[in-house]
Design a protein around this ligand. Structure first.
Ligand SMILES: C[S@@+](CC[C@H](N)C(=O)[O-])C[C@H]1O[C@@H](n2cnc3c(N)ncnc32)[C@H](O)[C@@H]1O
Length: 254
């Protein structure tokens, strides 16, 4: 039952497409305002700061700095990678951005100088990599950046299995996920009312199960350390709709 999914995937190329250009960056913070709520950001930052300890943190897909800025404010040295200059320009215009280094590039392959005690990828951003190869490469890239004993954290939804799912419905935005279980392709369609006109933005993703992520971690030489249903460490169960997972790079000296 394919609606627009095949047409959206026709655009997927080897060099990742930037779906976060000027128009998206302009409205990103406003359109994801619920994610900027201190009740969401606080537990996320607490969780990540604890894992980073005295080391450096690498955010993959740093965006406008929703998590990186408050994490840096907590004293953690943060570096980010992002494909979108427009999103990073929004980050750089915010107070505290001078503490954060950013490298423009694809987080599946871009290398940054130095090593990190923590790498993290939040808000379903692993799904922005639309092939299994790219997701595996991302784990390998992270492992190459981590110190022995360092951790990789991913926050991502559990695949629903539903071909169509309305994930948002209000006066100015309708969000519909279209999913093909056979290929794990997922397209999030956003219909937004902007200046009196409805605009459609369809972003392709690759949905991935917790077990497949564990295997990717294993391929990259890391092992699962913790898996929770949320940042407050609620137990992960078969009812959980998302997970926060932590994989660890082994430390041969411990
Ligand atoms: C949903 S936003 C999340 C931004 C931020 N982490 C947050 O939580 O608000 C996804 C971000 O990942 C970036 N991104 C997507 N695919 C990427 C890739 N392959 N390499 C680097 N950045 C990517 C986008 O440009 C965007 O800034």
């Amino acid at each position: 039952m394919a609606f627009l999914i095949d047409r959206c995937f026709e655009k997927v190329r080897l060099v990742p497409e930037n779906y976060f250009g000027e128009r998206v960056a302009e409205r990103y913070d406003e359109s994801t305002a619920d994610r900027f709520d201190p009740a969401v950001v606080g537990p996320t930052v607490n969780f990540l700061a604890e894992l980073a300890g005295a080391g450096r943190a690498l955010e993959l897909g740093i965006g406008t700095g929703r998590i990186a800025l408050p994490l840096a404010e907590r004293g953690v040295q943060v570096h980010g990678i992002d494909l979108s200059e427009a999103m990073v320009a929004k980050l750089e215009a915010k107070p505290g951005a001078e503490r954060i280094g950013v490298t423009i590039g694809d987080f599946a392959s871009t290398r940054v100088e130095g090593t990190f005690s923590l790498a993290y990828l939040v808000f379903n951003t692993i799904n922005n990599l639309t092939t299994q190869d790219a997701q595996v490469a991302c784990f390998e890239n992270v492992a190459a950046h981590l110190e022995p004993g360092g951790c990789f954290v991913i926050e991502v939804g559990v695949p629903t299995g539903k071909p169509l799912r309305v994930f948002d419905l209000n006066d100015t935005h309708v969000g519909v996920d279209e999913y093909d279980a056979a290929t794990q392709r997922l397209v999030s369609h956003h219909f937004s009312l902007v200046d009196g006109n409805w605009e459609r933005l369809s972003i392709p993703f690759r949905s991935v199960s917790p077990a497949e992520l564990d295997l990717m971690a294993r391929l990259a030489g890391m092992t699962l350390r913790e898996r929770w249903a949320d940042w407050d460490r609620a137990p992960f169960t078969s009812e959980s709709t998302k997970h926060v997972s932590v994989w660890e790079k082994p430390n041969p000296s411990s």
